[in-house]
Design a protein around this ligand. Structure first.
Ligand SMILES: *Cc1c(COP(=O)(O)O)cnc(C)c1O
Length: 496
């Protein structure tokens, strides 16, 4: 079967997977969606015996049907190699009453590595398949983790350049150091004077700018996106939910066919949407628990059916979730309208022009698989401390939000269904916040002392990614205002 993609806003249809990956976002600013959901072709009992690589192939071939077996296996083998510090790629750790799916064993110790280790291979393969000979310029907005993971993936990949925009005061010290020390002649990093939503909106504007696209084309460039709106990021993320279920089955934690819940600390709605895709292709998932931090737009949305971004943007200790415009929600909106692109486009236009939209009761009913929760910074810290005290297991501040939300859900809904919590970052990435959660306020602790203290406290090895930035040279120092993002790109590419 040849699976095709179309824009959630209707103007682009009949797009192959490789074309969708190359483009990143549709020309009408919509997101690419498969025209139907494929189904897993081998039974879970058989998947239970497979490695991460084999599982990845079984899942990705369903969605990326215009890639050959050889191409996909090449991409998978090169992505999930010894860049990961564990052979398992994604260990599943039981602690207290949940299973923590550790998605942070890659290059940059956050879950973005799961998709961004493979995206460059998928994209370069796509360029070859589609006879693209212009240089691909990856434009990316980051709330802290995507930027580094994308640069690590694309650094010195021939035929590509990458430009990353991050909010100057909206990322952790480790996240910032990881980005500004990035090597690779084709990488650029720009701090913007604004928040993540400003960065994301600015990037989306450049994608929709036809004049800019023409200028780029004339100079031999074309834009693509490494943000989670790219279907080439979403599909690799479906893999680990399938893998987690198969693993639970293999270890006898669940019976074949038994439903599980999944809890995901959410920002741009990419990771949890991947879990929803996993459900659609046949993984027995009951409830998808969407955990937000103080920027609880999604919690309010799932309660009321009103998406309202008109509110204060709060900087929290889980910065990668500090987002008020969750881009990937557009895909769920589209599905809940019964794949009505016209209606989806209207909601998205309302969001842009008025800052809010209200979905219908029917749409809301179609989202019944989702449960929204949120945790304040104090509740996040409490969850980290209490799990550590109970079990010795240390989680990061994003996973802490998920853990806090899950524990409340479990009590309030009296739902004892076995639950996988997506553990999205290594605690070493947010050492100071994590250590303060465990030990209380530590005003004199700098980030690197916090790392050493975390090492002593948890007894876990300090990841290579952290050691690397201790003494690395700063290579990037560009900054700009929100309204200078386009000029900055033009300058970096030298096309003015
Ligand atoms: C990006 C990120 C998230 C949010 O994931 P989305 O797919 O944007 O919802 C959560 N935790 C960490 C550590 C992240 O880097």
């Amino acid at each position: 079967m040849n699976l095709l993609y179309q824009s959630t806003r209707g103007k682009e249809t009949g797009v192959t997977a490789s074309q969708a990956i190359l483009k990143g976002i549709a020309s009408d600013s919509g997101l690419f969606m498969p025209t139907q959901f494929p189904k897993l072709e081998i039974p879970m009992s058989q998947l239970a015996g497979k490695s991460y690589h084999e599982t990845a192939y079984e899942v990705m071939r369903l969605f990326l049907t215009d890639y050959t077996e050889e191409e996909l296996k090449y991409c998978i083998a090169n992505a999930y190699d010894d860049k990961f510090d564990t052979k398992e790629i994604v260990p599943l750790v039981k602690a207290d009453n949940a299973y923590y799916l550790e998605l942070f064993h890659g290059n940059t110790i956050a879950f973005k590595d799961m998709a961004l280790s493979i995206l460059p291979y998928l994209m370069v393969t796509a360029a070859r398949k589609n006879h693209v000979d212009s240089e691909i310029v990856i434009l990316t907005a980051t709330s802290g983790d995507t930027g580094k993971a994308a640069m690590a993936g694309f650094a010195d990949v021939p035929g590509t350049r990458i430009i990353v925009f991050y909010p100057k005061d909206g990322v952790s010290r480790v996240q910032e150091l990881q980005m500004v020390t990035q090597k690779g002649d084709n990488t650029s990093v720009v701090a913007i004077h604004g928040n993540f939503d400003d960065a994301q909106t600015g990037v989306k504007k450049m994608f929709a700018d036809q004049e800019l696209a023409a200028e780029l084309a004339a100079k031999g460039f074309q834009f693509s996106s490494a943000n989670s709106i790219n279907i080439g990021r979403l599909v690799p993320q479906v893999v680990y939910y399938v893998y987690a279920y198969a693993k639970l089955l293999k270890e006898g934690e669940i019976k074949d066919g038994e439903q599980i819940n999944v809890t995901v600390p959410t920002g741009n709605f990419g990771n949890i949407l991947a879990a929803y895709f996993a459900k659609q292709i046949g993984v027995p998932i009951k409830t998808l628990i969407c955990a937000s931090n103080d920027n609880k737009v999604l919690y309010d949305f799932f309660r009321s059916g009103i998406y309202d971004r008109k509110r204060e943007f709060i900087l929290t200790s889980s910065p990668s979730m500090d987002i008020l415009i969750s881009s990937n929600l557009e895909r769920l909106i589209y599905l809940s309208t019964g794949c009505n692109a016209g209606e989806t486009a209207k909601f998205m236009e309302q969001l842009t022009s008025t800052g809010e939209y209200t979905i219908t009761e029917k749409m809301k009913a179609r989202m019944a698989d989702f449960y929204g929760g949120f945790a304040t910074q104090a509740q996040d810290a409490e969850a980290i401390r209490s799990l550590y005290e109970k079990t010795g297991y240390v989680m990061d501040t994003h996973t802490g939000v998920a853990s806090a939300v899950y524990n409340r859900y479990r009590k309030e809904e009296q739902d004892e269904t076995k639950t996988v919590i997506a553990s999205t970052a290594s605690p070493y990435k947010f050492s100071k916040s994590v250590m303060e959660a465990i030990k209380g306020s530590l005003p004199d602790l700098d980030e690197f002392k916090a790392i050493d203290l975390l090492h002593e406290t948890s007894g876990t090895a300090i990841p290579q990614a952290v050691e690397e930035i201790r003494n690395a040279r700063i290579r990037h120092n560009l900054e700009c205002d929100i309204d200078q993002m386009k000029d900055t790109v033009v300058k970096i590419l030298g096309i003015s």
